[in-house]
Design a protein around this ligand. Structure first.
Ligand SMILES: [Zn+2]
Length: 338
């Protein structure tokens, strides 16, 4: 079978490798669609020191099941959670599955991942679906990330909300914020990505702020600032975002960077006196997949409009390079395997 690998900076290659064997608790997952995400981009840009397989946002069909697997059958259409909680762990038994560290994890070294014809996955990570396309299915994992960030922020009726970062996750979050009854939605992104700004407006953003042109800290928000910030952008943005929050504001944060970029600082007096809460969202273990599938199947969340680039697995090397070099139009790139 074909499997794709990457190495920093921005090198991709495909190899012919054997179809992997499965263990008793696994499935052989025939990949039908797989998204290229921000995490893969960080690997490709600088984090992958050696060749490694990639791709974890996937939908597909169960090709084989291990001897112990009861809840899945060959032919089932499934999406993959990147990890799930262990029901036997102390935190799960104490009612906090979200805090479990003893997770069952897809994100461990393996010979092939989503950018391949097949991958092996623990069966407990597969969630069945019926009424959406495989391309939509491949975006359930990032939608779960957006739902987690949204829930952590406790967005409520009549809140003014700022969503910082209008990549796929931010654009999904705008739709959730709109559905939750926010009063006014501000979206902040970079001016080099007009396509993303257009989508932000389509999904309900009232105003788009280009952070490379306008200073967020002095932006004339209608109520002086906002009640909630959903931040899906590098940690350096935490500081300017604290200035945009009104009294009692909550900032929900999922930006990732490594090395120097991981450090963040802010004015603690401002945070203290405005009683601001900075909260981390981290969708590990993955949660909310059934809800995400419902949101898409019922039409509450539009994932199709996010897809800017699609290509076949065999063309992945060239197509990923083309996607990376097209920031004006790039939103979401999805590989399909039909
Ligand atoms: Zn991802």
């Amino acid at each position: 079978m074909i499997a794709t690998y990457l190495k920093a900076p921005f090198q991709f290659e495909q190899r012919n490798v054997p179809i992997p064997e499965i263990g008793p608790d696994d499935v052989l997952f025939k990949v039908k669609a797989c998204g290229f995400c921000g995490h893969d981009m960080i690997l490709a840009k600088y984090a992958a020191k050696d060749w490694e397989p990639f791709g974890h946002e996937m939908s597909g069909v169960v090709e084989k099941v291990g001897a112990n697997v009861r809840h899945l059958a060959v032919g089932d259409k499934v999406v993959l959670e990147t990890s799930t909680f262990n029901p036997l762990s102390a935190s799960s038994r104490n009612g906090r599955v979200d805090l479990d560290k003893d997770i069952i994890n897809y994100m461990v070294p393996r010979t092939s991942m989503g950018f391949a014809e097949y991958t092996v996955a623990p069966a407990s990570l597969c969630v069945k679906f019926d009424n959406m396309s495989f391309i939509e299915g491949s975006m359930i994992e990032p939608l779960g990330v957006a739902v987690d960030m949204f829930k952590v922020a406790e967005v409520g009726l009549n809140d003014d909300v700022l969503v910082v970062g209008i990549g796929p996750i931010g654009l999904m979050a705008i739709q959730l914020v709109k559905a939750a009854g926010a009063r006014k939605i501000y979206a902040a992104g970079l001016s080099k990505s007009p396509k993303r700004a257009e989508l932000a407006k389509k999904f309900g953003a009232d105003e788009v702020i280009y952070t490379d042109v306008v200073d967020l800290k002095t932006y004339p928000f209608e109520r002086g600032g906002v009640d909630k910030v959903l931040l899906t952008a590098p940690p350096a943005l935490i500081e300017p975002c604290t200035h945009t929050l009104n009294m009692g504001g909550i900032l929900s944060f999922i930006g990732i960077a490594y090395g120097e970029g991981a450090m963040a600082s802010f004015d603690s007096n401002l945070v203290h006196h405005r009683k601001i809460q900075i909260r981390a969202s981290d969708a590990v273990p993955a949660l909310y997949f059934p809800m995400c599938i419902d949101l898409v199947e019922s039409g509450k969340v539009d994932l199709k409009s996010l897809v800017s680039h699609t290509f076949q697995l065999k063309d992945a090397v060239e197509s990923l390079k083309a996607y990376i070099n097209d920031p004006a139009n790039a939103v979401k790139a999805i590989m399909t395997n039909e």
